[in-house]
Design a protein around this ligand. Structure first.
Ligand code: NAP
Ligand code: MG
Length: 498
């Protein structure tokens, strides 16, 4: 029988999970002894406290990671053996899916149904995909003629740090952790302070799967302290980061100030949705526009919050969006499996999202729906909000709001839509709806975004690289073979045959 809110709440009460830093295969207190409280965004209640690390813990974690890498217990393990361990890791996560989902919901406020059906299955899929790739990755031989053999080999970078955001904690962690481990690196994970607990639990499950001690460390704590310390540490060879553009820029500075470590940045966005004038049936496009706006309660880097539609069909689109919102989108307590939208991550973030809504209203934008908060649980729930025809240079059109706030704009032509879609400093993703094959190809090429999805809102899948252009990042992509490039280096071995 399907579980109810009460069932999940009961599970949450009886849940046990690690709360200390994970270094050299052991859960340990931060050297300072400091801890922080974990807050459930849905209720505002503290449900645990966890260790918060500082520079001293970073130093130790890096030393352990380096030694482990040099010892070769993981880095020199036969790729097929590494694959087996990673596949076991995926199986163990699957066996613990429900318990992990409850912990994720408790810590992040993400709807339990979403975590169970999307976040964790995708995380498992990612680990399996990268595991399978472990012993199927070839180097190259150069066309250097008969006088030499030029071997182009791929080697792990050594010690990798992954700095994560709070919006898809398990998923983004595995997107980075799996290819980094597959390549043979030692990894230091720095989860977002708001969502550290499932990362600690993942480390415990990884150990159970047989990933040797010292290969994975998890350091919970503040980004401005340990994120910075990782960025400046000379013992770290690469950092993979998902988060804001502002912090991404800081990481580039840290790298320049320390050892030129590789930096891969998956940053923010202000992604467009374009409905071409050739689309006959609006229903599929409208439901995609709703998902693009409100999935993960808008706390989503690829949220499509600038929806361009033909002026002549704007009213019909708005009407259909309101109907679809009512029918398919339910905001409420995330432990209740009927809901697919929840609270904002923190009160500070809630206030920030509300301030954008106020700015939109003060600028005179028409609100088709929402525009206010909701009196649920902790009180940091924002009603899904749709603005109609905001000024193109308004704050709500320019900035990433990272909440359930979207804008619909009427345009005169497809060409105008493409032009406006590209008028942003970001370039993460774009969605295009068209019934015309030629328009699909032509406009997809014209859109300046790392991923253009046609006739569906999505970020591609595990087999396609995911990353941004412009201020949405550079330096490497998640997913697909591309992810492995982030965590490896090319070496040329040139053998003279003369
Ligand atoms: P954030 O503030 O940039 O935080 C991301 C991570 O960086 C956190 O772990 C944070 O630690 C850490 N950090 C903060 N200051 C740091 C510093 N000075 N040096 C090193 N690390 C530091 O972003 P967020 O609020 O968690 O996430 C929202 C952003 O992520 C949005 O802009 C969104 O678009 C982006 N995002 C992008 C993608 C993508 O794939 N492109 C996916 C999801 C989200 P604390 O937890 O202590 O702050
Ligand atoms: Mg939390």
């Amino acid at each position: 029988m399907a579980k109810t809110k009460q069932d999940y709440e009961k599970m949450a009460e009886n849940l046990s999970f690690p709360t200390k830093a994970f270094i050299n295969g052991k859960f340990v207190d931060a050297k300072s002894g400091k801890t922080m409280e974990a807050v459930n965004p849905a209720t505002g209640k503290v449900f645990a406290s966890f260790s918060t690390c500082d520079e001293n813990d970073v130093d130790e974690a890096v030393k352990v990671a380096q030694k482990t890498f040099e010892r070769g217990v993981w880095s020199k393990m036969h790729p097929t053996e590494r694959k087996k361990v990673l596949l076991k890791f995926a199986d163990i996560i699957e066996n613990n899916l429900e318990e992990l989902a409850v912990l994720e919901t408790l810590d992040s406020g993400k709807p339990i149904g979403e975590v169970m059906s999307t976040d964790i299955p995708e995380a498992i899929h990612a680990i399996r995909w990268h595991a399978e790739f472990t012993d199927k990755r070839y180097g190259q031989i150069s066309p250097s003629g008969d006088g030499a053999v030029g071997l182009v080999v791929k080697e792990p970078v050594g010690v990798v740090a992954c700095i994560m955001p709070w919006n898809f904690p398990i998923m983004t962690t595995t997107w980075k952790l799996a290819p980094a481990l597959a390549e043979g690196n030692s990894v230091i994970l720095k989860p977002a302070t708001q969502t550290s607990l499932t990362t600690l639990r993942l480390a415990e499950l990884a150990a159970e799967a047989g990933i040797p001690e010292g290969v994975i460390q998890v350091l919970p704590g503040s980004g401005s302290i340990i994120g910075k310390a990782l960025g400046l540490h000379k013992g770290i060879n690469a950092i993979s980061f998902t988060g804001s553009t502002e912090v991404g820029c800081k990481l580039l500075e840290y790298s320049a100030q320390s050892n030129l470590k590789k930096i891969a940045l998956e940053l923010g966005g202000k992604s467009p949705f374009i409905l071409c004038d050739d689309v006959k049936d609006l229903s599929k496009a409208v439901s995609a526009a709703l998902a693009a706006s409100f999935w993960n309660t808008g706390q989503n880097c690829t949220a499509n919050t600038r929806i361009f539609v033909p002026e002549s069909r704007k009213d019909e689109c708005v009407e259909l969006m309101l109907k679809g919102l009512e029918k398919d989108w339910r905001i409420g307590e995330p432990m209740n499996p009927v809901n697919n939208m929840g609270p904002m991550i923190t009160e500070a973030h809630f206030k920030n999202v509300m301030s954008y809504i106020e700015k939109g209203i003060n600028e005179g934008c028409k609100v088709a729906v929402g525009g206010h908060s909701l009196d649920i649980g902790s009180g940091i729930y924002v009603a899904p909000t749709l603005f109609v025809d905001p000024k193109l240079d308004s704050e709500i059109m320019k900035h990433e709001i990272f909440g359930p706030v979207s804008c619909i704009i009427g345009v005169k032509s497809n060409e105008e839509a493409i032009k406006l879609a590209n008028e942003t400093e970001y370039g993460l993703q774009a969605t295009l709806f068209t019934d015309n094959l030629q328009n699909a190809h032509i406009f997809a090429r014209q859109l300046k975004a790392g991923t253009v999805s046609v006739n569906k809102y999505c970020e591609g899948d595990i087999t396609t690289p995911f990353g941004g252009l412009k201020m949405s990042g550079f330096g490497g992509q998640d997913n697909a073979e591309a992810a492995h490039e982030q965590y490896s280096e090319l070496k040329t071995i040139f053998i003279n045959l003369n």
